[in-house]
Design a protein around this ligand. Structure first.
Ligand SMILES: Nc1ncnc2c1ncn2[C@@H]1O[C@H](COP(=O)(O)OP(=O)(O)OP(=O)(O)O)[C@@H](O)[C@H]1O
Ligand SMILES: [Mg+2]
Length: 398
């Protein structure tokens, strides 16, 4: 009986949980069969704070994605976020006894390179292959079958804090899922939106979410750096709420409708005060100053990460931003002026099917998590055509 390789990807974000059911094509494309997002409370800066509420949101998003796809998948590939994520470089050299490179040599060299030591309260989230060198020739993509004496493997080991990971595992399991693999969110986001030639040339990717900003930097086709800044669009909302004396729903509305960075506008806005029905007049300049102060702090924190990368000329392919926070008006040109690199908004790529929703910038993590199936050799769940037909009729029946 014909089977379809199916994948369920889940991103537990600070403001929303997104779930995607897709079919993994051999060419690496993911055909989206179902996608859904559920607003979540109980997450802070990418971390779980209220277990039950987060588990409910996960269950809701997954149920909706599954029912849209006519599936009942429960094995999930899950994105991990938060500024507890850290990277360590590892390398290993192997002498090749047989005089040529075999699949098991590549696997063993990678495994050895990944044996980095880290503190007792951390564990490995993912090992990312960074490059292979055969007899000193670097940048070999697929060395299997090559005649050689030795091989060097370079990896990036992404680690996270054990307690944080346990809480994520707990909510995912409480939601009825069986997590089969964890993918660091900044890496997933980069893989969700960046083209191969951008990764080759050198590119900075920023996923500006609600509570975090994921940073991933690619060069020479590989991930070179990854980090998370614990600031996103929610900080601007709470600054506006405190600074202007308005409730947070109103502050969010002001942000979405009026906030801009680098706009330098005059005039006033009418808003309702926190208590009572009285109306307040807020100078637009005041609102802009609050937004710019937070954006400036955010950009300096991103710069601290970028300063750790050794590149004299910066990223040749510029900066690609995703995440709801990247939609702040004027942010592109503000960063272009500040950094002198081209900045563009990224949308998820490599998708087919029902992809309208998943093409918006807030879905880069869940899309990249689904696409990880190809890179990570994750065995997708399969279902028979009969199961599909039965599921389809059941969906119509209900
Ligand atoms: N047009 C817009 N202008 C400014 N900010 C926006 C806009 N649209 C969405 N946002 C902000 O984007 C943020 C949510 O982004 P996103 O959905 O990427 O976050 P998340 O994935 O839930 O969080 P995180 O990735 O930090 O865990 C919110 O703070 C929201 O206010
Ligand atoms: Mg996010």
């Amino acid at each position: 009986m014909a089977k379809r390789p199916l994948i369920l990807a889940v991103d537990v974000g600070t403001t929303k949980v997104s779930a995607l059911v897709g079919e993994a094509r051999p060419d690496g494309e993911v055909v989206v069969l179902g996608v859904a997002a559920t607003p979540v409370v109980g997450m802070r800066r990418g971390l779980v704070f209220e277990v039950e509420r987060v588990a409910l949101a996960i269950r809701d998003a997954v149920n909706r994605a599954n029912s849209m796809a006519g599936t009942e998948l429960s094995q999930a590939v899950v994105a991990v976020n938060g500024d507890h994520l850290a990277i360590q470089a590892g390398q290993a050299r192997m002498h090749l006894k047989t005089g040529n490179v075999r699949v098991e040599d590549v696997e063993q060299a990678t495994k050895r390179a990944a044996q980095v030591s880290h503190e007792a309260d951390r564990e490995t989230v993912q090992v990312i292959r960074r490059g292979l060198a055969v007899d000193g020739f670097r940048g070999v993509v697929d060395p299997v079958g090559m005649v050689a004496h030795e091989m060097d493997a370079e990896v990036l080991v992404v680690t996270g804090q054990t307690t944080v990971l346990r809480n994520l595992r707990r909510v995912v399991t409480m939601a009825g899922l069986n997590p089969v693999r964890w993918i660091p969110a900044p890496r997933a986001s980069g893989d969700g939106v960046l083209a191969d030639d951008e990764k080759q040339l050198g590119v900075v990717h920023l996923d500006v979410g609600g509570g975090t900003t994921g940073i991933s930097v690619y060069r020479g086709g590989h991930l070179q750096y990854m980090g998370v800044v614990p600031i996103g669009g929610e900080s601007i909302t709470s600054d506006l709420s405190v600074g202007l004396g308005v409730v947070s729903t109103q502050a969010e509305r002001l942000k979405l409708e009026y906030a801009a960075v680098g706009a330098e506008r005059d005039g006033t806005l009418e808003v309702r005060a926190v208590s009572g029905q009285s109306v307040k007049l807020i100078p637009v300049k005041e609102l802009e100053e609050i937004v710019e102060a937070r954006v400036d702090e955010w950009a300096s924190m991103v710069e601290q990460h970028l300063s750790r990368i050794d590149w004299p000329k910066g990223p040749a392919a510029g900066v690609v931003m995703t995440g709801g926070g990247s939609l702040l008006k004027g942010l592109n040109s503000y960063l272009e002026n500040r950094w002198g690199w081209p900045v563009r908004l990224g949308v998820p790529i490599g998708l087919g099917g029902l992809s309208d929703l998943s093409r918006s910038p807030g879905y880069s993590v869940v899309v990249g998590t689904a696409r990880a199936v190809r890179n990570e050799h994750i065995r997708p769940e399969s279902e028979s055509v009969w199961q599909r037909i039965i599921q389809f009729w059941l969906t119509l029946w209900n």
